[in-house]
Design a protein around this ligand. Structure first.
Ligand code: PMP
Length: 349
């Protein structure tokens, strides 16, 4: 038995994958009468089931983002990938995952839906990883999955690749690096480069942020071929719709447009950070490598409600560890940011 097989749920290891019509016949034919689809194309043109392998999208991910074709699986958003990894590796009611709060809230929700415990090793008050504590707790509690989000949501901080490597080296189970916001981090060093060396390390990316198609739901797992094949076995065969694959192909075929929007977001992020920090009632603006800023005030609830009354919705993060008084504000368009600044300038505590 391979080492990695020992980490996988026995029922997943032994199950036979569903073989869809598009798995049974992968060639090109003139007449398809095998999948009980409608022959009528209409104007939307999605009468046929989607490619279960998302081959076109994955080829573009290889050429545009250097994510190797053989190592990628596409999910219905990276949220689906999180759920699949928990279901594959964690035994219902027995195993655990590890997170470092404050971080993305969905890890613990998907753990809960799968009856999997969550071990939290909080960040240091400086919002850095507490590597010694992470190593200690990994050794003691043996979580099946360790989620490291870099750049982290909601802090916007990138963790040094050397620290992620240290976690991967020390972790006897699976390390999952969530790089949803990677595209906004300048000079970002992706953990994808470590997969060859640490085959139990997985990386997640998404087209929901910089790539601008959150509504289409396209998330990416980059992993060693064995893990990738296991995820393919467990995922619903048609998890990424024809419309979503079309949207992904469209944005990945024109990266320059995406890069120019991203450049504007980065310029606006730098401008807003300075301007917001100059407001008398603002205690701190946490600089960020993602497309949002954390703004700390004395009374986050009051500012949150004030902005809502002005028609501006932000995220109240005041109840997260180390984020007392904090609002998370996404960088919008120049016009949206101008409205935000106008409202913030007219506010007093
Ligand atoms: N990871 C992080 C850190 C996120 O912030 C989000 C979305 N807010 C996701 C994953 C989920 O992204 P997707 O739209 O690909 O499901």
């Amino acid at each position: 038995m391979k080492e990695i097989e020992k980490l996988i749920n026995p029922h997943i290891l032994s199950m036979a994958p569903y073989s869809s019509a598009r798995d049974d016949f992968k060639g090109v034919a003139e007449v398809y009468l095998d999948a009980n689809e409608s022959w009528y194309e209409g104007t939307i043109k999605c009468n046929r089931y989607p490619d279960p392998e998302c081959a076109k999208v994955r080829r573009l991910l290889e050429s545009v983002l250097s994510l190797p074709y053989e190592n990628t699986v596409i999910g219905n958003g990276s949220d689906e990938i999180i759920d699949l990894l928990i279901r594959i590796f964690c035994r219902f009611g027995e195993d655990s995952i590890m997170i470092m709060r404050p971080t993305y809230g969905a890890y613990k929700v998907f753990a809960a839906t799968n009856n999997v415990a969550v071990i939290d090793v909080p960040l240091k008050p400086t919002l850095e990883l507490d590597i010694d504590e992470i190593k200690r707790v990994m050794a003691e509690k043996k979580p099946k999955l360790v989620f490291v989000c870099s750049p982290n949501n909601p802090t916007g901080k990138v963790y040094p690749l050397s620290q992620i490597e240290e976690i991967a080296r020390f972790n006897e189970a699976i390390t999952v690096v969530d790089e949803a916001y990677a595209d906004f981090a300048e000079g970002f060093e992706s953990a994808v480069s470590l997969i060859g060396k640490y085959p139990r390390l997985c990386v997640m990316r998404t087209l929901s942020k910089a790539w601008g198609i959150a509504g289409a739901r396209v998330g990416i797992l980059v992993a060693d071929k064995y893990i990738k094949d296991t995820v393919v076995k467990v995922k619903p065969p048609y998890n990424v719709s024809v419309l979503a694959q079309r949207a992904a192909v469209e944005v990945l075929s024109d990266p320059e447009s995406v890069y120019s929007i991203k450049a504007e977001v980065l310029a606006e992020r730098a401008r807003l950070e300075k301007e917001i920090a100059n407001l008398g009632y603002v205690r701190e603006v946490i600089s960020s490598e993602a497309n949002f800023l954390i703004v700390r005030v004395n009374d986050a609830d009051k500012l949150y409600l004030y902005l809502m009354e002005r028609g501006i919705i932000v995220r109240n993060r005041t109840h997260e560890p180390f984020l007392e008084g904090a609002l998370r504000i996404t960088i919008g368009s120049k016009e949206e940011n101008a409205k935000l600044m106008e409202a913030l300038c007219e506010y007093s505590e």
